[in-house]
Design a protein around this ligand. Sequence first.
Ligand code: FES
Length: 517
Amino acid sequence: MSRFQLIIRRENTDLESKLSFERGESLLLLCQKAGISLEAPCGGKGICGKCRVKFLKNPPLPQPAERNSLTPQELRQGIRLLCVTKPSGDCEILLFGEKKPDVIGGKYDICWENILWEAECDNAKPGGTSYNPDIYNAAGHDKDGRALDSGNIAEGYFIAVDIGTTTLVMEKRRKCDGRVEAVYKEVNAQRVFGADVLTRMEASLSGKGEELSQIMKGQLEKGVTQLCNDGKKADFMVIAANTTMIHLLMNYSVKNLGRSPFIPETLDEILTEIGGLKTYIMPGFSAFVGGDIGAGLYMLHFLGESKQKETKDEWNLFIDLGTNAELVLFGKDRGICCATAAGPAFDGDAGTGFFGSDMIAVLAGLLEKGIVDEMGTLNDAYFEKGVSVPLKNGTMQISQKQIRNLQLAKAAVRSGIEILLLKAGVEKSEIKQVFLAGGFGYYLDVHGAVTIGLLPEELEEKTTACGNTALLGAAVYGYKILTGTCRDLPLQMQAINLATEEEFADSYVNYINIQKT
Ligand code: FES
């Protein structure tokens, strides 16, 4: 059979890959073969229309799914869908650019010096209000309070990893001081099975579990190889990830994870080996609030960001927004957490420069201008066709459906916050700080979030975006491994399922309107 040549170019870069193929091979799989991990939000079923690619030469005839998802003008321009297109001759394609840059570090600089410094604060010393022998000892003191020298930690490297549903980020850090030596970042290769955790769980349940596991292990191995190709080998790896990602990585059954009462195979720390490295997978709290959130709390706690200020009556709120929004209300030694499905509401539109977090600012603007009312309805002039929002490179059409999705998601998140407060018996005035985790939180317009009622008005001034806390938490966990100290988070955590909370339905209805509350 004759072979053809495919040239793959990537928008805004000079990167070019070439490979040969036979007629009938899917473009999505060909890109994968070329080592390019791409998104297939609907799992490659040709339904979502999001896996767009542009043929620079020799576009194939459009498939029915492409005629449904793309406009005649787009088809004429050579736009096709990666998952359904099967090129039939030599061709050249352009893959569209990345979304907003992923947040790797964020607000905090994690290094051992900071942790050691923290232990030197008066409050953290024996007799201080926030003295905790475990933290104090871990942060460089022996049991008699004598300062340890972090320089005694052996030379070498370890790798901290955040397996996000969308992105995989790996950092090689120096063991002696915790500084970052190299970073590896890729789209999560499992995206080819679907953009969200539910689609991937479906894929796992339909017999693709081993494939999903191998694809992620292969990607981690590739990351280890690239991070260590300078000859400086790492000794171990720490992974933070949500509970589903861990199940998919380990090829645990997700059968009980996706149905009530949502029982994971395990929530404990897992010790395994990946890419020839001893690998620690961080523990989680529930099927919906996993080790990535635990890592965030771990980072805040051991960096002292929260504990210095906590007394028995002072609380913090940790929010990680995405298709699944995780919420944790935590105090000095106890916490309560839940998760709520936000669906596609916070999705932007790849290729237009419009991002999920922008939707909140846009909706707040439409509300302030009276283009949308508090019930979430666009006024008559825009109801049918939607409203055009100016962007850097043109305009984006916002539909009534998108507004409705965002309205439902914001009601779910806000109700989650209210239920946690109610269950813990905590007033909003008792919340000292709100930490917004993750890339979405990093770019979130806090004022807009308050304007539409996603966040309570009282918390606007207390809210800080703190970046990729999962990755930083994995680094702190690495520190605990190096110092051989207890790795338990000293918080009693209660995980609740909002769906079974009586007050949730009423609360959801209370917060459905788009308004400051
Ligand atoms: S159309 Fe959804 S992944 Fe291609």
